[in-house]
Write a protein that binds this ligand. Structure first.
Ligand code: SAH
Ligand code: DHB
Ligand code: MG
Length: 237
């Protein structure tokens, strides 16, 4: 199928409209303050990849944290601390965010970003491979919210840990579960295999109510959101 110039104009207009909507929502509901902007600038200047979540995704994490009355949050994959700041700010003053990061250079940036954003009292980065660190978190469980956003091949294992470390009513969110629609095809590499398997599990796991949402800045990627079902008899879904 070819795209003629009328269609192209139409698609460009659609993209522009989506972009304007995204900007307006961001401005009205998810504006970044200096702390968040500092985290972005510091990460960019240090040469980190710019793969952090969008402001709207940050606000959605805060909304979900509030919905489950989060006091303890676990993040897997910190990068420069951008998503961690959004999460930490959804916590009460006695709350705790633990974020796991394999790269010590990233972890140092995260500490500085948390300090600048004023969340060092409640947010802590632990350095190491997530699958090595997760078994040590059992004594600190249950977490009210888990945000999975590290390397993609072990996403199914991260889900297993998330289920072990949460309670009924907790929320589990995973980033990058749409991947331009590749998440619905036969996986072509280990990363996509991890994501496809993750989606398959959350869609069918009886302990969870889940939904995949295409909701990043250009609608090509998004969050998989799962709620750990409250324990209740006579549940119909
Ligand atoms: N959540 C961040 C983005 C995370 S990018 C944000 O939105 O701001 C993914 C991060 O996961 C990178 O910093 C990378 O170093 C880290 N990572 C990759 N593999 C990991 C592993 N096995 N264990 C812990 N962290 C890992
Ligand atoms: C990549 C990783 C992410 O977590 C993300 O949000 C975007 C891209 C990546 O590894 O390419
Ligand atoms: Mg991501």
């Amino acid at each position: 199928m070819t795209t003629n110039s009328n269609e192209l104009t139409f698609l460009q207009q659609q993209a522009k409209i989506r972009h304007r909507i995204e900007e307006a929502i961001t401005q009205q509901f998810a504006a970044e303050d200096e702390g968040l902007q500092y985290a972005l600038t510091a990460a960019r200047q240090a040469g980190l990849p710019q793969i952090q979540i969008s402001p709207i995704q940050g606000k959605l994490l805060q909304l979900l944290a509030t919905a489950c009355n989060a006091h303890k949050i676990l993040e897997i994959g910190s990068l420069g601390g951008y998503s961690g700041i959004w999460l930490a700010r959804a916590l009460p003053s006695n709350g705790r965010l633990i974020t796991l990061e394999i790269n010590p250079i990233h972890a140092n940036l995260v500490r500085a970003a948390f300090a600048k954003a004023g969340v060092s009292d409640r947010a802590e980065v632990r350095v190491g491979k997530a699958l090595d660190l997760l078994p040590h978190l059992e004594s600190e469980a249950p977490f009210d919210l888990v945000f999975i956003d590290a390397d993609k091949p072990p996403y199914p294992q991260y889900l297993e840990w998330a289920l072990r470390l949460t309670r009924p009513g907790s929320i589990i969110v995973a980033d990058n579960c749409v991947r331009s629609g590749k998440a619905f095809d036969q996986p072509e590499d280990e990363a996509m295999a991890g994501i496809v398997e993750y989606n398959k599990r959350i869609a069918s796991d009886e302990r969870l109510v889940s939904l995949l949402l295409a909701m990043d800045d250009d609608y090509t990627d998004g969050f998989a959101i799962s709620v750990v079902k409250p324990l209740q008899k006579h549940r119909t879904m």
